[in-house]
Write a protein that binds this ligand. Structure first.
Ligand SMILES: [Zn+2]
Length: 356
């Protein structure tokens, strides 16, 4: 009799284990995950190897950033990484606006994209230099809703590719350092005053950046668009929810803005949690980490592994946590399995056509 009760108890336990609604910290390695926001500027495959150990695939994102290697070099690094890990690493290409005023800029750009797509790029990344850096011949900032982009975007739609857009900046960028909410923004804008818009009131405002992006999405409803960094609406989940309702072809990556979710969790964890559950099929995991040719392999590997583990804890468990980006404690969201599987995997597959 005792044996029978024990058998039933252990069967029940097994059954509950299989159907539990939540993952735990120890499920981290067994779940297939995709980090959709990596910058791999090196032949060094230490991060791709770590990805294999930790059950991640990687989307390497090329960007037109002045202190990154030139676009051609970034693409060669991307192709080297893809060649070393063909099932695990994919990439997004990028273009520059350096020849914006030349009559052939549109055709040159489309030719460049055509060549990248032929090499396997899943789409493109556009960056905040559109709106904050590039100006046209009459000294006006080139915003993303400029009709000159239309043929390029139409080509991307035709080719069934995705646009990842980092447009604008966190709202903190328009505030003095001491009024910013999270420490990663404080550090970034302290170190990059050229992008700290509080110091440049003559540049387009936060609202102008967001409006240009919204106009752009309204112009191209068929475009698959991933708003990088919570679509620059990181400060309040309601603002992002509003855009996700308005633009059904828009998703958002959480890269380098998870701290903003944690910051909001401190005040109202249920609100952030309900937001993530409601928009479970529109939010995409990304870490915004990378490697340079002179990076220290073991340091960079540890950094990324720690980041991945801490983010997993925040989304999957209800642990009380701390993070260097956020002052004070906050609690993990303990999101249901279905939400975890979407933010870590299914949404990347859908939005980027990421096939493993
Ligand atoms: Zn990035």
């Amino acid at each position: 009799m005792i044996k029978l009760v024990l058998t039933i108890a252990s069967l029940l336990f097994l059954f509950m284990g299989c159907t539990s609604e939540y993952y735990t910290e120890s499920d981290y390695k067994s779940i297939k995950k995709i980090d959709t926001h990596m910058h791999l500027h090196s032949k060094n495959t230490v991060l791709s190897e770590l990805a294999k150990e930790d059950n991640f695939s990687l989307l390497d994102v090329m960007v037109d950033v002045p202190d990154y290697p030139p676009i051609e070099d970034q693409e060669q690094f991307a192709l080297d990484q893809v060649q070393a890990f063909p099932d695990r690493v994919k990439y997004l290409t990028a273009f520059t606006l350096t020849h914006w005023d030349s009559a052939s800029w549109v055709n040159e750009t489309i030719a460049h994209l055509k060549s990248s797509f032929a090499k396997g790029a899943l789409g493109i990344k556009i960056w905040k230099n559109i709106g904050m850096v590039y100006k046209d011949s009459s000294d006006r900032f080139i915003m993303i809703d400029n009709p000159r982009f239309d043929p390029i975007i139409q080509y991307i739609i035709q080719q069934n590719k995705t646009v990842m857009g980092h447009l604008g900046e966190p709202k903190n960028c328009w505030l003095p350092i001491e009024q910013m909410t999270v420490n990663n923004d404080k550090n970034y804008f302290k170190n990059n005053p050229e992008y700290h818009m509080f110091l440049h009131p003559e540049y387009p405002s936060y609202e102008e950046q967001i409006n240009a992006r919204d106009n752009f999405l309204a112009r191209h409803p068929d475009l698959r668009f991933v708003g990088a960094h919570l679509g620059s609406l990181e400060y309040n989940v309601d603002s992002l929810a509003k855009r996700l309702d308005k633009f059904p072809n828009m998703a958002a990556d959480m890269a380098a803005r998870i701290s903003h979710l944690q910051y909001q969790s401190k005040k109202d964890r249920e609100k952030v949690r309900n937001f993530m559950i409601k928009y479970y099929d529109r939010l995409i995991y990304g870490s915004d980490t990378g490697i340079e040719t002179d990076s220290n392999s073991s340091e960079i590997k540890k950094q990324l592994h720690d980041r991945w583990i801490n983010d997993w804890k925040y989304f999957a468990t209800d642990e009380i946590m701390m993070a260097e980006e956020v002052d004070g404690e906050f609690q993990g969201l303990k999101l249901p399995k279905r939400v975890i599987e979407h933010i870590y995997h299914n949404n990347a597959v859908k939005w980027f056509r990421f096939e493993e």
